[in-house]
Design a protein around this ligand. Structure first.
Ligand SMILES: Cc1ncc(COP(=O)(O)O)c(C=O)c1O
Length: 491
């Protein structure tokens, strides 16, 4: 019986390297020897030796029976799941697999409209029919808030045949939903609760954080372990926990993960997951205590700087700092630019009103001091007129529009014949593509939706301001958009 103080995959790869094999399998760099010296001169070769594949000692992600199986089982025990899977293609592939497994072609699924675009990719793959639910809007911050159990209840009353609900909690900004209440509603309708917990793998380790999805009744959830818990970029996990609802779905998960993941999964990524799990099991509560106390140290100080505000809230992951300096006339975009260009303080993202700092256990007090000092300095500069005035323009963006009419499923629209029309003439047409102003990268239009005037105007604000829009052409200018040539509704 394995214990949480073991790291079976790390040990298996280390044991294999110790056999000093004459290596004739992929990858061709031969345990690091063949990596370009341009790189190894500065970082060494040791780590690259761990970039192996399915050797006799290192198991197989797609049919695990040895070290990977043990590592995944330890993960499941730590999170209270029935079964857990390592993902090497981020939460992106986990979200795709959850949707593919829970809603087959033509079946209905409720989807929170602030879902990451990987949900749309899952819908394209599965052919399911999405029914959207709108999360609350936090007008003061200009961002989407939680999805309420009451909204979920009314969505199910109107669509009792929905097979599942897919939602994001916590959001990028750290806003969590009442998952306990939402899970009860889903299960009462014999539907699964699928939670994109990409930003929440750390919630399980401290009482000062909102409860995690699995602990709150979710049936399936994904977590980007690389976002906040020390694994390498792209390393994520998917957890399953049965609640006696639609049990047949759980058999499809492993099969669908084959569909969306590489047949050559990286052992560097998987070993990083094994080690991240070990650290959380051994030290999770101290790690989260540190992140929380650093974040609250900065939050208190920033709240005292006139012209700055830091988001507070009941169901908030308080390791996220959402800051606004709108009162100083700074949009989030400008604030992000100033913080980096003048003070080398690099934030996670900006929107028109806010910037977001993700504080983790691996930050140090000095990082937070630099953030606070930069904010104080910007405040002083604004008082003395020393700030680059050319940057001061507070553009108001309209609120996120309600979903436009859906004519085709995302899958049907995606695989339809499309033609390019000028963006200026696109209103009223059925979109053949996604358009998602970034950040936050949440689709404003899904393939198959009619581009309503309201949505057109919303996207136009971002286009006019030269903001990045996922789905815009190669030059990023959105001069043209793909629309469906002829559309007979399949819904
Ligand atoms: C809410 C949400 N879900 C899913 C993803 C995709 O995660 P990954 O980068 O691990 O593929 C992201 C990425 O930022 C995200 O913000």
């Amino acid at each position: 019986m394995m214990e949480q103080n073991q790291t079976p995959l790390l040990e298996a790869v280390t044991d294999f390297i110790a056999t000093k094999p004459a290596y004739f399998r992929i990858p061709g760099h031969r345990l690091g020897r063949g990596i370009s010296p341009r790189w190894t001169d500065s970082v060494g070769t040791k780590l690259f030796a761990y970039d192996v594949t399915e050797t006799p000692l290192t198991d197989d992600l797609h049919s695990p029976e040895g070290a990977i199986d043990q590592a995944q089982k330890l993960l499941a025990v730590l999170y209270g799941a029935d079964q857990s899977f390592f993902l090497v293609n981020g939460s992106t592939c986990g979200n795709e697999a959850m949707i593919l497994s829970a809603a087959l072609e033509g079946e209905k699924i409720l989807v929170a409209r602030n879902a990451h675009k990987s949900a749309m990719m899952g819908l394209i793959l599965s052919g399911a029919v999405p029914v959207y639910v709108m999360p609350e809007v936090l007008p003061e911050w200009g961002i989407q808030g939680e999805l309420t159990a009451a909204d979920v209840q009314s969505a199910f009353e109107q669509n009792p045949d929905c097979k599942a609900l897919f939602l994001v909690s916590p959001s990028y900004y750290g806003v969590c939903s009442d998952l306990v209440g939402i899970a009860e509603v889903c299960h009462a309708y014999n539907a699964l609760l699928l939670v994109d917990e990409a930003h929440g793998g750390h919630l399980y380790f401290h009482d000062g954080l909102p409860a995690g999805a699995l602990a709150s009744g979710a049936d399936l959830c994904v977590q980007s372990m690389h976002k906040v818990t020390g694994a390498l970029t792209q390393s994520s996990v998917l957890h399953c926990k049965e609640h006696g609802v639609r049990s047949e779905v759980f058999d499809r998960i492993a099969q669908n993960l084959h569909l969306v993941q590489s047949t050559s999964p990286s052992y560097l990524l998987m070993t990083s997951l094994d080690c991240a799990r070990y650290e959380l099991a051994m030290h999770g509560s101290e790690m989260m205590e540190k992140a929380l106390s650093l974040a609250s140290y900065a939050r208190e100080r920033i709240q005292k700087i006139a012209g700055f505000r830091c988001m507070e809230g009941e169901r908030l992951d308080r390791t996220r700092l959402v800051l606004s300096a709108c009162e100083l006339g700074l949009t989030g975009y400008m604030l992000e630019k100033l913080l980096y260009e003048k003070y080398a303080v690099n934030m996670e993202l900006a929107d028109d009103k806010n910037v977001l700092a993700i504080v983790t256990y691996a930050n140090e007090r000095e990082d937070l001091d630099r953030l606070v000092a930069a904010c104080a300095e910007l405040r002083r500069a604004s008082q003395h007129g020393a700030m680059d005035m050319a940057l001061q323009k507070n553009q108001e963006y309209p609120p996120v529009p309600k979903p436009p009419q859906q004519i085709l499923t995302p899958r049907k629209a995606y695989f339809s014949n499309t033609k390019k029309v000028r963006w200026q003439e696109a209103a009223g047409q059925v979109s053949g593509q996604v358009l998602a102003p970034y950040p936050p990268g949440i689709p404003a239009i899904y393939p198959g939706e009619q581009i309503s005037q309201e949505v057109w105007e919303y996207i136009e604000c971002f286009r006019r301001d030269g903001r990045h829009i996922h789905g815009a052409g190669k030059d990023g200018r959105l001069d043209f958009v793909k629309v469906v040539e002829s559309s007979f509704s399949d819904i």
